[in-house]
Design a protein around this ligand. Structure first.
Ligand code: ATP
Ligand code: MG
Length: 256
């Protein structure tokens, strides 16, 4: 199996506070990897390190084979990233946002025209190209933001709480799109606080206060916790010490 993302003992401190604490995992190509954990557990911080936007304090990591310390620029150019706040330009139209992101990612003009059309169709935004982004509802913004993250056809996408504040139907459409990407071999790293979305992932990592509390399939997590639902598994496993396969028994909770 080809590994899309590998991290070993990844750590990030802010002053004396340890936001991400010796986290290790690997993700194979085409996997939908759910990243769960309470507010402030270090999910976005991990994503920012993997996207080449934030330097780790310690540990190692590779995204698409590139080193997160020395090849961050290559990583940034080749992955898709949908930030927690959907980084859309509200005063640009739908079409202009796609063109803007295509430009940033250096998509050649002819290819960009084709991608723009494909994405408008896939997102259900055809006919709304000239609508100002600020006038879109959250569900539409979400699909536009995913479209912008995919404009350069990345092989790995990071989606940070892409469905927060989005209605159930929009969420279902969004996850159908994620499934399609995974079927095409795109690796999807997604954070969510919504348990039915966690069920939808191939594997789920559970972060707790910066450290990895559990990592398994949704079924595996429920079995591990001896419970019936993901919500119960989440509550049971957050706070449970965990030894990764690469394991270190002496995982220190430094800073506290
Ligand atoms: N630049 C920073 N400086 C200081 N502390 C930070 C910084 N960025 C994040 N933190 C802290 O690190 C911790 C982890 O934050 P992070 O945003 O990664 O959490 P999260 O799991 O994404 O939470 P949420 O579910 O609320 O999005 C938090 O306590 C946060 O306040
Ligand atoms: Mg976050």
């Amino acid at each position: 199996m080809e590994e899309a993302i590998v991290v070993e003992e990844l750590t990030r401190r802010f002053g004396r506070f340890v936001a991400v604490d010796h986290v290790s995992f690997s993700i194979v190509r085409g996997e939908v990897f759910g990243f769960l954990g309470p507010n402030g557990s270090g999910k976005s911080t991990t994503i920012r390190m993997l996207c080449g936007l934030l330097m780790p304090s310690e540990g190692r990591g590779w995204v698409a084979g590139w080193d997160i310390y020395t090849e961050a620029e290559r990583i940034k150019a080749h992955i898709g990233y949908m930030s927690q706040k959907f980084s859309l330009y509200e005063d640009l139209t739908v079409g202009e946002n796609l063109e803007f992101y295509g430009g940033i990612y250096g998509v050649p003009p002819r290819r960009l025209r084709a991608r723009r059309a494909e994405i408008l169709d896939r997102a259900g935004l055809r006919g709304q190209e000239r609508v100002l982004t600020r006038h879109l509802s959250v569900g539409w913004k979400q699909r536009l933001a995913l479209g912008c993250a995919l404009v350069h056809e990345p092989r790995i996408v990071f989606l940070d709480e892409p469905t927060s504040g989005v209605d159930p139907l929009s969420r279902r459409l969004f996850w159908a799109w994620i499934d399609e990407l995974a079927a095409q071999g795109v690796t999807v790293f997604v954070t969510t606080h919504i348990m039915d979305e966690a069920e939808h992932c191939d594997r789920v990592a559970l972060l707790s206060e910066g450290h990895l509390a559990a990592l398994d399939t949704p079924e595996g997590l429920k079995a591990q916790a001896g419970v019936e639902t993901m919500e119960e598994a989440f509550i049971a496993l957050v706070g449970t010490p965990f030894s990764s396969p690469r394991g270190r028994g002496d995982r220190g909770r430094s800073g506290g």
